[in-house]
Design a protein around this ligand. Structure first.
Ligand code: SF4
Length: 439
């Protein structure tokens, strides 16, 4: 197989290559929703860890590279209606036999922009949820924030609900680039929000950057890396800029109107490598193809590591994604449909896919590859097979490309492989899933 086939061409073209799940969402189907309902009605013998994802789909502005289901036109009454529906959905799940006596190990507020909510809205949501399902036992509660939505009082309210990790979407420090890409915040808001968050004493602060936003250059990227390092976050996540099909930029390119240029993939990989080197020199450690952590301060990523090892997760909110008992499912992605289902007392599941054992194996193997190493002993014990034999062709190819080194009990990605890991994962996929559109 050629590297080109893996969607890893030099130019940044319209399309996604980031892999967050397997099999691809495009093969999940409305006809399989009964499989999701059946698994929810059952009682697992030995349940894996369980997580809760809450999708807060509101943003102040739509970023031009964004492909998420988000709304920028809802008023506070709409937001209240949605938050009531979210709490009602969690109440519906809490009554499913599948979850009897199960506690959440991790909770994730994602978006959209969870910090779009006011302190009061957040407080009310938590009170409503607590009537049905408490998360006191959760080892990690993560909350995504957009810097411009934060005030000191709101950050205090966020901490008061038990958030252990604040994830701050900085993306870049150059105001011109932030504006060009449609971000709602500016650099001064980043510094203000970060200062408050540190003073208030969040256990963990993660910051996100995107390498190669429209307008980014080597100079602006290096400046952003330096300013991010100066903050001394507990962890840093770096994404490489993509042009997903339904993003504003992608539409502009398809329409042939405005000139939208995103740095090519080799450049973006070089920029991430530069950031990794700067952070490593300052004592940070690489934790995945996108993440560096400060070892002395970091407490691990429960959400990421649990999901990548096959945990169950209840995804709530419009278009949210769940994995329970070997079935993937996703909520309907239309506002009215979502609210109507909750109003009727129905779970708003729109499409589903039960996965077989081999697909579960591929999913975990692909996701754990993002860590930069695989422990084959884990797969032997859990799936009763040896990845080196099962995926011999894929590993042979990766070794031939010099992206992977086989070790006696696993494999390690070399830096060149780690920086392009998502483009390599389809090698492990079933043939029918290798080149289809992901969403
Ligand atoms: S803040 Fe995040 S979710 Fe909202 S539009 Fe921007 S990228 Fe999308």
């Amino acid at each position: 197989m050629e590297l080109e086939v893996l969607g890893n061409k030099a130019d940044t073209e319209v399309g996604s290559y980031f892999i967050s799940n397997y099999p691809p969402y495009s093969v999940w189907d409305r006809d399989r929703v009964p499989d999701a309902l059946a698994v929810l009605a059952g009682r697992p013998a030995e349940p894996p860890p369980l997580g809760l994802y809450l999708h807060i789909p509101f943003c102040r502005k739509r970023c031009k590279f964004c492909y998420f289901r988000v709304y920028t036109d809802k008023n506070s009454r709409d937001v209240d209606t949605y938050m009531q529906a979210l709490a009602d959905e969690i109440a519906l799940y809490s009554r499913q036999p599948q979850f009897a006596d199960r506690q959440f190990e991790f909770v994730y507020f994602g978006g959209g922009t969870p910090s779009f909510l006011s302190a009061d809205q957040l407080q009310r949501l938590i009170e409503r949820i607590n009537r049905h399902w408490r998360w006191d036992a959760a080892r990690e509660v993560t909350f995504e924030c957009e810097p411009g939505t934060l005030r000191e009082s709101k950050l205090k309210a966020i901490k008061a609900i038990g958030v252990t990790r604040l994830s701050l979407g900085i993306e870049h420090f150059d105001d011109r680039i932030l504006e060009l890409n449609g971000r709602a915040h500016l650099s001064k808001e980043i510094l203000r929000a970060y200062g408050w968050a540190r003073e208030i004493g969040f256990n963990q602060i993660n910051v996100d950057l995107i390498a190669g936003m429209v307008g980014d250059t080597e100079t602006t990227w290096k400046e952003t890396v330096a300013r991010t390092l100066a903050l001394q976050p507990d962890s840093l996540t770096i994404y490489q800029m993509e042009l997903p099909h339904n993003a504003v930029f992608s539409q502009q390119i398809k329409d042939g109107g405005e000139d939208v240029y995103v740095a090519d993939w080799p450049t973006k990989r070089a920029w991430v490598q530069y950031a990794f080197e700067q952070f490593e020199a300052a004592g940070y450690r690489i934790s995945s193809g996108y993440t560096v952590v400060k070892p002395s301060e970091h407490s691990g990523f429960v959400y990421r590591d649990s999901l990548w090892r096959g945990a169950d997760m209840v995804g709530t909110g419009v278009a949210s994604i769940s994995h329970v008992g070997g079935v993937h499912f996703q909520n309907v992605d239309k506002w009215d449909q979502y609210l109507a289902a909750i109003e009727d007392g129905r779970l708003p599941i729109g499409r589903a896919l039960p996965i077989d054992r081999r697909q579960a194996l591929i999913r975990e193997l692909a996701l754990q590859m993002k860590l930069g190493r695989l422990d084959f002993g884990y797969f032997r014990e859990k799936f009763g097979c040896d990845p080196a034999t099962e995926f011999a062709d894929a590993f042979r190819q990766l070794v031939a490309w010099d992206f992977v080194e086989m070790t006696p009990d696993g494999c390690t990605l070399k830096r060149a492989g780690l920086l392009r890991v998502d483009g390599l994962l389809p090698l492990f996929f079933q043939p029918e899933h290798r080149s289809i559109r992901y969403t």
